[in-house]
Design a protein around this ligand. Structure first.
Ligand code: GMT
Length: 386
């Protein structure tokens, strides 16, 4: 039996898909017998129930009067080194290059080479931050100093290579969802709170950052709702929310749009939808499209970044060029007016989510990366995902 590992995980614990993936991965690794130490500034929001193999170490920032900006990064690096030493961690797995991979590098300098580091790139750490000349060299250093680097799509691997001239290997490890949580939930009674029986539900879930193009979501919905009875459910909140609320009012759509705010039980909420709208400008993966897919909900979206690696155009959704709201609306109408086609897409979604983005096999991919960097020759079981 392969040695069980002691793994430190650092991520952004309170927001975003990267935090969700990091936390879910930690939980799955703990179930497989590894000891998981989350080293973050607050308790990861998806952590949930107590597990004997999961520990949380809070990073407290020193705020001496001489500091104009309290040095979170240094506190994190010190905490990583301290936890690694006290708990005898085998490795640190950090999600997001800045500052986490840089802090892991510092921690390794403090501990010595015995501590290995794995960095997972999630998107904006490369697609946005690596465009900033003042951060480029720092990100390149963090990547080169990691014992292994993974990225959540082929597109992100290419972007990393192009923007940073990285030649060292980067492992592709797609995101996943826990199939015990993400499956089509019974949603008939919830649906009736928002839509009449003859109305279709279109949904968008995001952090309402400009990159999500929520304005396009509204444009698509307006075109769809002119042709078929429909409601739009907007889930989440963020910087563009007020602007979107005004747009909806100006377009006279307020009776047909519901704002649900941030929601914990995404699987339950998504199960109400007939289609998910994801017209993003940039998306290294698009975790929410996978969450929808696992609940049997097809995506209408853009072909940006890694989305085409996840959503198969014409099988599990329809993808168009960024900003082509006309075509996206046509795609939605096609699906929402043809029950047989919709059922076929739903079936394809369920199969693809379970088979290609299965939590068991992706957790095993991470495990094999850990054993590789530690030089452990482990024979791992290979899960067959139906
Ligand atoms: O999309 C966001 O705004 C949040 C961001 C994050 O840092 O969590 O998401 C990134 O990582 C997710 C998990 O790997 C991916 O599913 C998202 O596509 C990616 N976002 C972007 O590339 C814009």
């Amino acid at each position: 039996m392969a040695k069980k590992l002691k793994i430190g995980i650092t991520c952004y614990p309170t927001l975003g898909g990267s935090g969700v993936v990091a936390t879910e991965l930690g939980k799955l690794l703990a179930e497989r017998g590894h000891e998981i130490h989350f080293i973050t500034h607050s308790i990861p929001f998806r952590l949930g129930k107590f597990h004997k193999n999961i520990f949380f170490h809070e990073v407290e920032v020193n705020d001496y009067y001489v500091f104009r900006y309290p040095p979170y990064d240094l506190s994190l690096a010190s905490k990583m080194a301290q936890v690694a030493k006290m708990q005898q961690l085998d490795l640190l797995h950090v999600h997001y290059a800045v500052p986490h991979a840089v802090c892991a590098y510092l921690a390794k300098q403090m501990i010595g080479n015995g501590l290995k580091t794995v960095t997972t790139l999630h998107g904006t750490d490369i697609t946005v931050l690596a465009q900033d000349e003042s951060l480029k060299d720092l990100i390149r250093l963090a990547i080169h100093q990691s014992d292994a680097v993974t990225a959540v799509s082929n597109d992100l691997i290419q972007e990393t290579r192009n923007l940073l001239d990285i030649l060292t290997p980067i492992d592709l490890t797609y995101n996943f969802v826990d199939k015990r949580v993400y499956y089509p939930r019974e949603a008939a009674s919830l649906r009736s709170d928002f839509a009449a029986p003859d109305e279709k539900i279109l949904m968008h879930i995001s952090n309402f950052r400009p990159v999500k193009r929520v304005s396009d979501v509204v444009e698509i919905f307006e075109r769809v709702s002119k042709r078929i009875p429909a409601k739009l459910l907007l889930v989440g909140e963020g910087p563009e929310l007020t602007k979107i609320q005004c747009k909806i009012k100006n377009m006279g759509l307020e009776d047909r749009v519901h704002f649900l705010g941030k929601q914990e039980d995404v699987a339950q909420v998504i199960s109400m939808a007939d289609v998910l709208l994801l017209p993003s400008e940039k998306e290294s993966f698009g975790l929410v499209a996978l969450e929808a897919m696992a609940c049997g909900v097809p995506t209408i979206g853009s072909n940006a970044g890694g989305i085409p690696e996840l959503v198969t155009h014409g099988e599990t959704g329809f993808l168009s060029d960024i900003g082509n709201v006309e075509e996206m609306a046509e795609g939605a109408i096609k699906l929402l007016t043809d029950d047989t086609l919709h059922a076929k897409f739903k079936e394809a979604c369920l199969k693809r989510a379970r088979h290609d983005f299965c939590n068991d096999s992706i957790t095993e991919q991470y495990e094999s990366i850990y054993y590789r960097v530690l030089g452990i020759d482990a024979e791992l079981p290979v899960s067959v995902c139906e």
